[in-house]
Structures are given as structure tokens and as C-alpha cells.
Design a protein around this ligand. Sequence first.
Ligand SMILES: [Zn+2]
Length: 230
Amino acid sequence: MRPHHIIHVSGVAAFLAVASSAVLAYAYPSNNVAVAAPNVPVISNEVVTSTVPLAEALEEVKEPIFGLPISNAFDRVTKKTFGLEVHPETSPVQNDRFNGFHVGVDFETTAAEADTEVQISAICDGPLISKQFAKGYGGYALQSCELDGEKVVVLYGHMDLERIEPEPKDRLKRGDLIGVLGEGYSSETDGVRKHLHLGVHRGTGIDIRGYVQTTSEVSGWLDVLPYLKP
Ligand SMILES: [Zn+2]
């Protein structure tokens, strides 16, 4: 195992997980649309040494509890916890790299899931806002929810757009099926590995970025992990 450190940052409640071999997933154009670098090693049989089970990244559980977006959520490893700062120099990829703070939580899939459907469920009650394709995500769905009286927008990234079942404005209940993950390294995920990027943006504004440039920007998102129950 390589050294792995998690530092709690008060104020933004962010984790800064400094993994020595952190791999960059996204870069962004100027129009706030997420763009991913598709050159990410296969999680299932490579680079697992740089990851930890999500359960190990959880420091506290908060109320109210959201539903789990994916089966065995806490047994899945994550390459990128919330707030992880990715450095281009640590990426094995020379192009399409980005330096920034990861404003979501990634749920990885296993090798056994490469050719099977991996279902994604709504983590909260609220209407679907949209389902679209964006460079860097492939398919993604946005859902409007409330957390402690605060409006949030939940982003489910790297999904098979054709298989996102609900239509915009459809009201979803926690646990309702949204769809399935896109196939890894295909157009469905815009070329990235098969995994779920789950982002929770505060307020009602739409910002689908997966990385931001400053810690103050990080505070525009919530770390969803404490609101999930192992
Ligand atoms: Zn991500």
C-alpha cells in the first residue's frame, strides 16, 4: 500500500485525501461543463493500491440519511473522495490533465461488474431535473432534493444515457431506479472507467463540474458520504 492521508478541513467539511498516485479524471472548458480525461487506468485490476474502501473514509454519519446510490456502496473502493486535490504531476497521463479539487465521491466497480448492469438509485426524494450527455461524464442525471431544508442538486455521472428511465420533472422517491452505469471506456462514459461520480451541489443553480479550482469553490458542494449509512 502506498501512503494515504486524509486531512479534515473544517469549514468546508472536506476531505483532502492525498494519494501518491492519484489519477486525474476531469478537466473543464470555460463554459462550466465537465470534461474528463479518458486516460484513467482500469480500476478493477490496476492501481487499486491507491484506493481505500469508502467505509474507511467515513468519519461521521449525519442526519438525515440519504439512500445508497449503488449496491455495496461502502465496500466499493474510491479513487477520489470529496475534496481530493489532484495534481497533474502525479498523473500518468500527459494530456487532458487537470489540477483541482474533486467535488464529488466516486464509487468504483469491480472487474466482475464490467459486463453486468450496475444499477443506480435515487439517494433522496425529488424530481429529476434533466438527463443529458456531457463531455467527461457521458450520460448524467440531475435531481433536485432537499437536505436539512437546503435545496441541493444531485448529479449522477457516467450513466448510460439511453437507460436513464425517469423523464425530467418525474418525481423520484429515495431508492427509485434511475438507470445503469455506462460501459467503461465507451461513449456511454465518454471513455472513462465504469464508475459512479456522485456530486451534491448546494442551492438550485446547475453546476455540473466535477472539479473546481479553489477550496472556497469546494464549499459550493457537499460531501455526501456522511449522509449515507453503511
Ligand atoms: Zn468523480
